[in-house]
Design a binder for this molecule. Sequence first.
Ligand code: 6GU
Length: 272
Amino acid sequence: MEIDVFTLFPEAFAWFEGQRHVANALRLGHRLAYVNYRDHTPLSAGQVDDTPFGGGAGMVLRVDVVESALRARYGRDPTELRHERRVIALTPGGTMLDDALVDELAGERALTLLAGRYEGFDERIIEHFASDQVSIGRYVLAGGELPALVVCDAVLRKLPGALGHDESALEESFSAALGGAPEYPHYTRPAEWRGWEVPDVLVSGHHERIRQWRLEQSRARAGVAAGRAARDGEGARGGGAPGGGAGDDGPPQAPGGGAGGGETGSGTGPLP
Ligand code: 6GU
């Protein structure tokens, strides 16, 4: 996989390349490259943006500047590029990034990410150069660099060999292996801390019971997430849901579950 990030702040990505999964992916032959719009602007004094027609606050990234940067990188008319590779404009109103979209992007040979700054892109950039618009959430950030990092992180860790164990990305939150549900809770040593015990089943050595318990926990968390989403009147947010439900093995309640230790209750409803 080859990812080109177009940005005014390539230095924002230096730390990221030191992350283990990213370094692994690069070592395996995947590529990350940056193009600074400012290095290719046809305008004087490094100008890349301008005030919006019709008035209003902020500055808008210019279409001629982005065209020039894309031409410099790919040596052709950028309107043709999106038929050959995904050209993704990072915009707050774009398609919400989720695990399924990450999987889809991880299957591509090459990606181009366009990060904007200020008020965003001249609409003609999106209309004529981009194949997709992607958002990382319904809130506004000051620029596309953090979203570009999020996309790169999520995509690169899916590549075979990027994580320590190939399986680590298979059975994780929101994956197909868990039916799109959040992941089950994890525990490590010490087995008891301040009276907080690890669920018995996990130290039982019964692999099938452990597998069952984890599936139940994952499903219970999906129920909690769905309940929360229903109350919020919006799509599931998932992630880190306080797990309520205990399985048949009677482990202590998952964090936030409330009920006393060791109880084998099933109270898995959404929290108030
Ligand atoms: Cl992709 N860009 C910006 N500027 N803000 C965002 C976003 C993208 N996704 C969520 N907020």
